[in-house]
Design a protein around this ligand. Structure first.
Ligand code: FES
Length: 149
């Protein structure tokens, strides 16, 4: 083996390591900067999400582009519904409800979140953002930021 082969092999090994580590560091840095740099005040609005009867206990449903937000709701008990962003906090794939495990699965890198949005497995660096809800007259209302679409 020549010295050139050895340094080329080291270079490729370092390149592979960098390709593995850098995306994770970038996602982590973006998450930290989001909290360190003041964000412009965001407008929020309450909108009708669903009729309560349309979401049985244990069921979940996706809602696309609610004022620009992709949401996922789960009914955890008779009077308790939780609504989260459906965008995974790792690299932005959409999470989905796993009815067998009764938690949220991100199929991209097998991240999992419990019904409180907390990370329970995989690489996501943060919980799913949650949104306030209100149940009134058999309807579920959710308060979401107004995003440009
Ligand atoms: S995007 Fe990687 S676990 Fe969700």
């Amino acid at each position: 083996m020549s010295r050139g082969d050895s340094s080329r092999r080291e270079f490729l090994a370092n390149l592979a390591m960098a390709a593995t580590i850098l995306p994770g560091l970038g996602a982590g840095a973006a998450y930290v900067f989001r909290f360190l740099i003041p964000q412009p005040e965001q407008r929020v609005r309450e909108v009708l999400l669903e009729k309560l009867d349309n979401l049985p206990v244990g069921a979940s449903r996706l809602y696309k582009k609610v004022l620009g937000n992709d949401l996922i709701a789960v009914r955890v008990s008779d009077r308790q519904i939780r609504v989260f962003s459906s965008i995974c906090t790792h690299l932005g794939c959409h999470v989905q409800w796993d009815p067998t495990e009764k938690n949220f699965l991100c199929p991209c890198h097998m991240g999992r979140f419990d019904t409180a949005g907390k990370v329970i497995a995989g690489p996501p660096p943060a919980p799913l953002p949650s949104f306030a809800i209100r149940i009134e007259g058999g309807n579920v209302f959710v308060e979401v930021p107004v995003r440009e679409v």
